[in-house]
Design a protein around this ligand. Sequence first.
Ligand SMILES: NC(=O)c1ccc[n+]([C@@H]2O[C@H](COP(=O)([O-])OP(=O)(O)OC[C@H]3O[C@@H](n4cnc5c(N)ncnc54)[C@H](O)[C@@H]3O)[C@@H](O)[C@H]2O)c1
Length: 285
Amino acid sequence: MSGKLEGKVAAITGGASGMGRATVLRYLQEGASVVVNDMNQANGEATIKAAEEAGAGDRVAFVRGDVSKEADIEKLVGTAVDRFGRLDIMFNNAGVGGAFGPITETTVDEWDYTFHVLVRGVFLGIKHGVRQMKQQGQGGAVINTASIAGLSGGAGSSAYSAAKAAVTNLTRALTTELAQDRIRINSIAPGIIRTPLFHANRAEQMEEMAREITPWPDLGEGSDIAGAAVFLASDDAGFVTGHTLVVDGGALASSPGFWRKVDNTVLKQRSGINRGSTGDKSEAR
Ligand SMILES: NC(=O)c1ccc[n+]([C@@H]2O[C@H](COP(=O)([O-])OP(=O)(O)OC[C@H]3O[C@@H](n4cnc5c(N)ncnc54)[C@H](O)[C@@H]3O)[C@@H](O)[C@H]2O)c1
């Protein structure tokens, strides 16, 4: 039986951990070739190893890079073309928690870092991914990872929430421009998903909170996002563009209030920057 993405070539940013890694493995299973981007070299290599063990053969490659740097994104797209001949799917997924703490204590650097990774990174992925797709002239699919935090004011820190809202509306805003080239662009808005980013060294406490705000009996996993990313990349979604697909076990529909519930955690009492799984140090003061 052939996979849903047979013969397609995908680039996935932040593909070395969490939902990115789950999507890398699922895309390979569905027959695609995949170039994985991430800042974290060790996790990137571990992802390639996991892919090879799952039988991906030479259909997978890792390129270390920072999504907020244009040259790194150009290299990512260039690698897809050099190694696999083309690019059909661009999944802009890399992310960090970014700035947290009271707005009055947020530094300009923390704010900028958040927007560099979450918004500039998505812009650059779209810009260079779409350039390649247009050159090929055979359409394509762009997927961006947004968040339920960008669809409400109660599911993340203010900087993160604002950045994810930008991702959702950048997706909508590009629908018309890209349609003429048969390039579909959609976002996935995950709810609480069990990944290293969400756990952030407080697994038990975070999971308890996740259960409280997620109506579905199971917690979200990277594989749940991978499933949505397969759909949006596949021909099954041939008439779906400009959409933000919420994958959250009903959290948003039932009004998360997530941020209200984190009152007693370090995320509200102190200020700082969460650099996620990048390997770079997070700081709180
Ligand atoms: N986990 C959740 O509950 C949740 C909810 C909503 C949205 N999201 C979003 O989902 C996406 C994936 O997050 P995850 O939960 O799988 O986290 P994760 O930490 O497991 O994976 C994110 C990956 O992105 C990489 N990354 C971060 N900054 C980068 C940069 N500048 N350049 C390249 N790579 C970079 C990290 O190194 C990491 O490997 C992010 O955009 C995140 O904001 C997560």
